[in-house]
Design a protein around this ligand. Structure first.
Ligand SMILES: O=C(O)CCC(=O)C(=O)O
Length: 333
């Protein structure tokens, strides 16, 4: 059928058309049916990019562990670590979090206004270390998951993945159960979950309802991966992008990056809400194909003094809230 810009479907038609253009409709069906999907390396980036990403992760691992390349295997023997907050460690990460295919599927799950919650490198050595079966749902005070996912992930594999390589594993279909696994269920699925078999350069995509974990690594060498997690914009992000994004970073990237950094979220408010902050961000659907640097248009908004009460703005808010019904127009946006 013809996919029109039906206003009732908001920006879903625009996103759907781009997913189709990127040949992702089968991946979308796998996500809906089984709760995860694997993008082959050619849908992620060039061979050169896969190599570069691996080099960058090895460099960061050596820097943080203060060791040489040759020492890494023993540093991570029988262990694994999430090397956190790597986004600003190399310009490559800014490109990776905007990977059109991955971001498109992630936006399908958590909205076209989703924000980046974390960007990590993950290094795992040979040995018994493994990740227990869990779901990434982080609303621990809400044991029943909402129908919609609140978070979605990519794992960019920089080494081949299989059960023996200590790869990621999934409980296919578990995204429909809409709850976290019990301890007994985690134990049962640890050795029964489906291992991802995929070559380096692939990206695995899933939402925060899907149960997953990993197998111990019985092969030599390191398992390397880059992880990106995206949240709905009302949520607290795991890493401090909003506080560390610079004007330069916003300028050198397309507009979607500024939204990922969540710098235009008007909240939190002080005594006088600054409604102009939301209005400074990009509006409407932002194409996955946009690679144009945003330039000086995108800037990190200056936030006022949270303690200061501005009488004039207060009067305007009072007038808006006292008029007929409800809230000022700018609040409804
Ligand atoms: O690779 C692993 O061991 C698990 C990855 C994982 O749990 C995640 O990315 O959320």
């Amino acid at each position: 059928m013809e996919i029109k810009d039906w206003s009732s479907a908001k920006d879903t038609p625009a996103l759907y058309r781009e997913l189709k253009e990127l040949d992702l409709l089968e991946n979308l069906a796998e996500l809906e049916a089984f709760g995860y999907t694997v993008l082959p390396p050619e849908k992620v980036g060039s061979v050169e990019q896969h190599e570069e990403a691996k080099e960058v992760v090895l460099r960061i691992a050596c820097e943080r562990k203060d060791c040489s390349r040759d020492e890494l295997s023993s540093v991570f023997s029988d262990g694994q670590e999430l090397l956190r907050f790597v986004l600003w460690d190399d310009l490559l990460f800014e490109k990776l979090v905007l990977t059109p295919t991955a971001l498109g599927l992630i936006q399908w799950m958590v909205g076209t206004n989703c924000v980046l919650s974390l960007c990590n490198a993950w290094v795992k050595g040979k040995g018994d270390a493994r990740t227990g079966i869990h779901a990434d749902w982080a609303q621990f005070e809400m044991p029943t998951m909402a129908v919609e996912t609140y978070g979605a992930n990519f794992n960019y594999l920089l080494t081949d993945y299989s059960k023996e390589d200590g790869g990621l594993s999934f409980v296919p279909g578990s995204h429909r159960w809409r709850r976290l696994p019990s301890k007994e269920e985690s134990e049962y699925w640890a050795d029964n979950a489906e291992a991802v078999e995929a070559p380096a350069g692939s990206m695995v995509i899933w939402g925060d309802h899907t149960w997953h974990g990993s197998y111990p690594k019985t092969t030599d060498g390191l398992r390397l991966m880059i992880l990106g997690m995206y949240n709905r914009p009302h949520m607290q992000t795991q890493e401090a992008y909003r506080h560390t994004a610079t004007d330069e970073a916003l300028a050198r990237n397309p507009k979607r990056f500024a939204r990922l950094m969540n710098v235009y979220n008007a909240m939190p408010w002080g005594k006088t809400p600054d409604y102009t902050i939301g209005g400074q961000g990009p509006s409407g659907y932002l194409s996955l194909f946009d690679t144009e640097p945003a330039g000086k248009d995108m800037r990190v908004p200056v936030r006022g003094d949270y303690h200061r009460y501005d009488a004039k703005t207060g009067e305007a808010i009072k007038a808006g809230m006292s008029a007929k019904v409800g809230f000022p127009d700018h609040y409804k946006k």
